[in-house]
Design a protein around this ligand. Structure first.
Ligand code: CA
Length: 363
């Protein structure tokens, strides 16, 4: 039943992946982006860069190629999203559906649900492995991409990785480069998985434990939007690794009250089971670049989180989706790292965050 191993032997075997690994390592290790040849966490400020869906600003999200590039660009942690297949294999996919990042509609036209969507959990791992991942398209379209400046649509073949393949890639690169880069997996929609007869936390924890990630010192942050499920992961399932409570918009997670969570008292509660929070950056600064105000959200969110020993890792910094109060992503990152004093950021462009941290607050 545990077929994870069947799919884990061919990490980084495709020609394209080999090329990308080579390219990324060359950039990362030879300092192609200036003098900064070390990962950001080793700089004295101890702030981190999280490669969001790998380096999805440059390559299709959640592919081994994208992770390899993020690694080479100097990210401290490589982020992933975990969903389960019909046969219970943890795979990496941002959504519980696969319509907008794979060719599923072409290969399996009769497998959509009544709502018109194709779900990871309705496909076996063998079927998932036949899919080709492509640059994200807009909902309902197979031709309009979300970010037109990014990797061209359908111009190369990429596979959906398993959780094990992602881990093996990062651990393999840690061995071959001598670095110690971490993983940052997200449990996607636990309630949806439970409603469909599977428990994502149990399955994911089994894999994470197999690879040595379940200690407070492990280079692993486990993240999830669902607070009651994270409490269960910490208590009932006994997870010992660092946990990040993601903070979304209210409708995203039924049962969660993020407004309450972001108050001083709410953060005190989060600190009983988590080690940090992952808010949207507009929950720290509004669209005009001003502190968001109570009672809607907390103008002292970062300070209050730090008071409760919670790190703050806001999402998602993109150079092709900037707020009006900055003219470059570097400026935005600098503002958050050094003025808002966050501890790390999720970014599609790890190279920029590495550069901003290397330059420090003065430059
Ligand atoms: Ca995620």
């Amino acid at each position: 039943r545990d077929r994870g191993g069947d799919w884990s032997s061919d990490v980084c075997s495709s020609d394209l992946c080999t090329i990308v690994c080579t390219l990324a390592l060359t950039i990362g290790l030879n300092g192609g982006y200036g003098q900064n040849t070390v990962s950001a966490a080793s700089t004295k400020n101890n702030k981190i860069v999280i490669g969001h869906r790998g380096a999805c600003g440059y390559l299709p999200e959640h592919t081994l190629e994208s992770y390899s590039l993020a690694y080479g660009l100097g990210a401290d942690y490589i982020e992933s999203d975990v969903c389960l297949t019909k046969d219970g294999i943890p795979v990496i996919m941002h959504d519980i559906t696969i319509d907008t990042t794979t060719d599923v509609a072409k290969l399996y036209p009769n497998r959509k649900r009544a709502d018109g969507h194709y779900y990871v959990i309705d496909f076996t791992i063998s079927e998932i492995k036949t899919l080709s991942v492509h640059e994200r398209t807009q909902e309902g379209s197979t031709t309009n991409v979300v970010y037109p400046g990014r990797f061209p649509l359908n111009s190369a073949h990429f596979e959906v990785p398993t959780l094990e393949e992602y881990i093996q890639l990062v651990q393999g690169l840690n061995k071959s480069t001598g670095k110690d880069i971490g993983i940052y997996p997200e449990l996607k929609q636990p309630k949806f998985h439970t409603d469909n007869g599977q428990d994502i936390g149990t399955v994911a924890l089994k894999v994470l434990r197999k690879y040595g990630y379940d200690t407070p010192k492990s280079k692993c942050y486990l993240q999830c939007f669902d607070p009651s499920y994270l409490i269960k992961v910490r208590t009932k399932m006994g997870a010992k690794m660092k946990i990040i409570q993601l903070i979304g918009e209210e409708p995203d997670s039924p049962g969660a009250n993020y407004k309450k969570m972001m108050t001083d008292a709410g953060l005190a509660k989060v600190a009983t089971y988590a080690n940090g929070i992952g808010p949207w950056y507009e929950q720290i600064l509004d669209v005009d670049g001003n502190k968001v105000k109570l009672p809607v959200t907390n103008p002292n969110l970062v300070k209050d989180a730090h008071k409760h020993n919670l790190v703050v890792h806001p999402y998602t910094f993109r150079k092709d989706d900037l707020p009006k109060y900055v003219t470059s992503v570097d400026q935005l990152m600098k503002r958050f790292y050094f003025k808002e004093n966050v501890d790390g950021i999720f970014t599609d462009f790890s190279d920029h965050a590495v550069k901003v941290l290397a330059n420090g607050p003065k430059k």
